[in-house]
Design a protein around this ligand. Sequence first.
Ligand code: IVH
Length: 686
Amino acid sequence: MEASEAAAEMARLAAELAEHDRRYHGEDAPAVSDADYDALMRRYTELEARFPDRAPADGPGLRVGSRPAPGFEKVVHARPMLSLRNAFDEEDVGEFVRGVRRFLSLAPEEPLAMTAEAKIDGLSIALRYEGGRLVQAATRGDGREGENVTRNIETVESVPKRLSGRAPDVLEVRGEIYMAHGEFRRLNDEREREGLPLYANPRNSAAGSVRQIDPAVTAARHLRFFAYGWGEIGERPAETHSAWLERLEEWGFEVEPNGTRAEDAGALIAAHRAIGELRAALDYDIDGVVYKVDRIDWQERLGFAGRAPRWAIAHKFPAERAETVLEDILVQVGRTGALTPVAVLRPVTVGGVVVSRATLHNEDEIGRKDIRVGDTVVIQRAGDVIPQILEVRLDRRPEGTGPFSLPETCPVCGSEARRDGGDVVRRCTGGLFCRAQAVERLKHFVSRGGFDIEGLGRKHIEAFHADGLIEAPADIFRLRDRRADLLERDGWGEQSVDNLLAAIDDRRRVPFDRFLFALGIRHIGEGNARLLARHYGNLDALLEAAASAVSREGEAWDALIGIDGMGAGRAEDLVAFLADPRSARMVEALAAEVTVEGAASIASTAGEDVGALAGKTVVFTGTLAALSRREAKARAEQIGMRVVGSVSAKTDLVIAGEAAGSKKRRAEELGVRVLTEDEWLELAGR
Ligand code: IVH
């Protein structure tokens, strides 16, 4: 091999590995198996060893954040965590029941009680309790050996840290960690606002959240846990599986509530259908129904065959994948001008739902998968997430197709659409002049983290904008002058118009951070808005600082980029937004209609900068005298701190009340700053 060939191949491999790393770390959505990844890495390392001076400067060997030497300690499961056999149709279910009866030599008249329970689409976890206390949590791993994720799982509210009632001395409870749909949407909305890659489905984001190095991140993801099984246990846990589930509940676990009992294949299938019908209304993903023999002594007799129990089987729901034709690619324009391609599909039923649209993410993704209009594509629907295109059936590609590229002008306003260096997104440069951006910004303006105006939803915004009632945020507060126009609208009467106007008036006083967030500045999400509000205290101070920072140098600029968690990129977006005369006018008009409440004073009584606490992590432990735990927590959050449950080297502050024990000791061991309650009140303001 020539050195030049090696250099070219190394560059290609490096780019490919970097892309896999990005998907693996950023999205928890690896595109290749570990084995394939390792093969690519081996090939790269081989070449690098032979042609070291031709290796790319940022090759995978040198980069931090490439696939890690696993960061979690290993745990060998006392009893292996096995998997389930699958039943795909009614025939398989009948065969399962016949097989169990045969194995146990049950007489035809002998009843066989079984349970049917939802199969939760999360990740399985083993929780070990000793003396009623949670001592360890481990992932399934390869079934024999998993990862110790105790500190992260401790932050999950529905995992009891202490069991209530009497429990065996050693008890290992198994079940599924999952992310509820509401939380999944909240997380992805937040990631979108902050310009981070989105998680593909709740399962991936639950898995990603459990494997965080910082437990505070896991805590902020609000995971949940359903218990169903056991691992190591000193005694037989119960006589039947149903009785075991009841014991789990007594100890304080949550058990998926839609399970039932059944005595034959027909009843199991009826339960499968019933749970399947509930599926769309559930707030979490399930991917089938698990049937189990109810009597535990019979489970013991049945035992295991290979890696799966003979006493249970998973009856999956129909595949959530389907093939259809990509009829067109539409281009939508978002709040920050991002051009998003959307697939228009020939309608097809996937997992019981008719699908006619799919997300295409961005231009690069389309290029990578070489998706073209006219192609037959494989689509997947996961839970209630927007369907995705998995791949193209190249063997069915018609003639005359061409690669897709996004337009270089905005399809809505005709302004130039540009892709700035390093950005995966192409954006319309029309700003508020672009109708699409204006409408999306208005929707963002009234959204939950923003002005949150009751009764003024996205649909109203669209309609009011289309009819010229609202063009900019300030117009919302001038709707009172358009009362007559509102009354003329279909579906609006005196009462509903007055309710809306009252709800708008209710929001004429607005906290500074909400005001800032509502402006919809790129990359300024709720967290950054809070940081800015804390730092500058009021709108005028921020506007003045932004004006002085236009030169991107000097004291004001340095102070802005110095705010912990801001960085130059966000500072740039903020300054550019406020320097644009159109957005400046918008802010001014809005500020004339509402009262922006300044953030609480920055300098505390103790003289230490409370603003500097924003973004820091705090743990409360022991009994507090002056405040309830709830209030202390709320206050810390108010000044932008993150309250977490356990102490690590990353904890910034521990507030130790009366009789603080192990957490305080741990903080001292780790050299984390510990304050008494009084010192804390002094610092945070009484
Ligand atoms: S019982 C011996 N019950 O499905 C294994 N598993 O495909 C007994 N799962 O790894 C497992 N919901 O993570 C059982 N109600 C349920 C379940 C469930 C989800 C998962 C579990 C297991 C996988 C097997």
